[in-house]
Ligand binder design. Structure first.
Ligand SMILES: C[S@@+](CC[C@H](N)C(=O)[O-])C[C@H]1O[C@@H](n2cnc3c(N)ncnc32)[C@H](O)[C@@H]1O
Length: 332
């Protein structure tokens, strides 16, 4: 199944079987009106791809919509799509393409990926607007029943300092205190009794409260205060990921994984998408594969993959990247 295919993705997508793909990630030209160029190798060869649209935004939207329609056909009923774009066209893409093709009810998230901060000296000319430093990832699914694994990131030091500020002297375990008051009080059937001299409608039955007390899980911070229960840091999963992704660094020319492909995306970004929206053995498609980031990550995470690009260089670079990665794996 794993394949890198050279050609215009519209023709290739049309030739593929319906309901066969679990996850699509696409990072098409952003309607930036730029030429992306890179000087490649010792010979100083210039390679590039164009993001210029002489017919304006209508031309761009029609071009991309034709492709997204095919992608929708290819997805399995449980499949999903992540479309990567930025301020140049994100409003048009959401309203005129994704809502139309997938349906507004299948919109799941608009993720904001924060790219690197720009540090400026004092001598640059000042701008008259803020420097854009974010991309948009639209997450849509084909239907309401789809693969989604919740992901977590580690707690920040600030969060730990604010919430997990207690340490158990005997074990060194860090914990926070959480309320045991029953939400909704008597009306919701929460039992009323006394704990450490304080009577309330509690969340737990008297028997469960007894067990918690025996396990030293109930704490009263001072006489007369409402008792609370411990929640240990080592039992928490971390902070559930939300829609602002500011913890995935963009690539710099000196990054280890940088292969020099213009607009190459970081593997950590793709890893996150693949881990939350696909399982091992699933098939992942990237119809604008560029430098091969998606297929390299898919291969490493034991997904099947298909990458398409119309540029010979892109396909060659992706092939080389996969070969290098696979030989590193077979050595280790
Ligand atoms: C923004 S780059 C993708 C970068 C990639 N995500 C990475 O991490 O390296 C967009 C790619 O789309 C390719 N492309 C543009 N139009 C295409 C088309 N109609 N069919 C196939 N590939 C196309 C370009 O050659 C370019 O490699």
């Amino acid at each position: 199944m794993n394949q890198l295919i050279l050609g215009d993705n519209l023709e290739i997508l049309k030739s593929m079987e319906s309901d066969s793909i679990d996850l699509i990630y696409l990072d098409p030209p952003f309607f930036s009106n730029r030429n992306y160029e890179v000087i490649w190798g010792d010979a100083g060869e210039i390679r590039s791809f164009q993001d210029r649209w002489s017919g304006g935004i209508d031309h761009y939207v029609a071009w991309l919509k034709d492709r997204v329609l095919e992608m929708h056909r290819l997805l399995k009923p449980t499949g999903s799509i992540f479309l990567h774009c930025d301020w140049h066209a994100n409003a048009y893409i959401r309203v005129l393409i994704l809502d139309k093709v997938f349906g507004g009810n299948n919109f799941r998230n608009e993720i904001i990926w924060k790219r690197a901060d720009t540090v400026k000296g004092n001598f640059g000319q000042s701008r008259k607007a803020f420097d854009p430093n974010a991309d948009t990832l639209f997450f849509y699914t084909k239907n309401g029943d789809y693969t989604f694994e919740e992901l977590y990131k580690p707690y920040s030091d600030e969060y730990l300092g604010t919430f997990y500020k207690y340490v158990e002297p005997e074990t060194g375990r860090r914990y926070r205190l959480i309320s045991m008051i029953g939400p909704g009080g008597a009306a919701k059937g929460n039992p009323f009794y006394e704990v450490m001299g304080v009577s309330r409608h509690w969340r737990y039955s008297q028997a469960k409260m007894k067990v918690l007390m025996e396990k030293q899980m109930v704490v009263q911070t001072r006489k007369g205060a409402v008792p609370q229960r411990k929640q240990y840091l080592d039992e928490g999963k971390g902070v559930a990921l939300q829609t602002i992704w500011d913890d995935v660094s963009s690539l710099s020319a000196t990054s280890k994984e940088c292969i020099g492909y213009p607009t190459q995306k970081p593997e950590a970004l793709l890893e996150r998408i693949l881990l939350c929206a696909s399982n091992e053995g699933d098939t992942v498609l990237d119809p604008f594969v560029g430098g091969g980031t998606t297929v390299a990550v898919a291969d490493r995470l034991k997904r099947q993959w298909i990458g398409i690009d119309q540029s010979v260089q892109a396909i060659k670079v992706s092939e080389m990247r996969l070969q290098q990665q696979q030989s590193i794996f077979s050595l280790s």
